[in-house]
Design a protein around this ligand. Structure first.
Ligand code: MN
Length: 225
């Protein structure tokens, strides 16, 4: 085999709850505006169809500390249910989509809102606002057989409630999201899909303690440093 020109980067991984294995991350897709009230607070028509953007696989952060990113004065939290895939394909039927789910996690789609707003204003891509280093804090993945992601989705900062919604209020359901994404990309084992955030997004500063939860899945907590 032709050798690598230099050592390849480390594989991004997420722990699997209750197991002795880790989940290798291939791609991270995110759904925009999947809760009507959040779509409204961002100034969008709630009837707009949801859309996708991406974060790099090495944006995942596992652990208690998340660095405040460079180049922003407006870091926002977005609590989200994350779907982890064990298989994939193209043009997956809605009825078969759940067969590809490995499990679920609690994630935060960290956003440099000032950069995202500037990109929106100019019609530029969102990568700098969404796909930056350490922009995807995530909990351990709970295998699908032990998770029931159908309850409340919440986030607090320093003990103060900020976001509160219901997973059942998602505009597009989990199988619909998988089916729609697979029309645009060939999905595969290792893919993570952040499924959108309910209303109540807001700013974070250094020292803030963030606690998120998805009822039936688990919890996520970290401090911004
Ligand atoms: Mn989001």
């Amino acid at each position: 085999m032709t050798p690598f020109a230099f050592p390849p980067p480390a594989q991004s991984t997420v722990p699997v709850e209750g197991g002795d294995s880790v989940f290798p991350v291939r791609r991270i897709l995110c759904v925009g505006r999947n809760y009507a009230a959040h779509a409204r607070e961002m100034g969008a028509d709630q009837r707009d169809p949801p859309f996708f953007f991406a974060k790099p696989a090495d944006a995942v952060v596992v652990g208690d500390k998340v660095p405040y990113p460079v180049a922003t004065h407006e870091l926002h939290h977005e609590i989200e249910l994350v779907v982890a895939l064990k298989s994939g394909g193209a043009n997956i039927a809605v009825e078969e989509a759940m067969d590809h789910v490995f499990g679920y996690a609690v994630g935060v789609d960290l956003t440099r809102r000032d950069l995202q707003a500037a990109a929106k204003a100019k019609g530029h891509p969102w990568d700098a606002g969404k796909g930056f280093d350490a922009s995807a804090p995530i909990s351990a993945i709970v295998p699908a057989g032990r998770a029931h992601p159908d309850g409340a989705i919440t986030l607090s900062v320093n003990g103060q409630p900020r976001q509160h919604g219901q997973v059942a209020a998602m505009i597009w359901t989990i199988p619909e999201i998988i089916a729609e994404a697979s029309k645009l990309w060939t999905l595969a084992a290792g893919d993570l899909i952040f499924t959108g955030t309910p209303e109540g997004v807001g700013a974070l500063g250094r020292g803030d303690r963030v606690e998120g939860a998805v009822e039936g899945v688990g919890k996520l907590a970290f401090t911004v440093v």
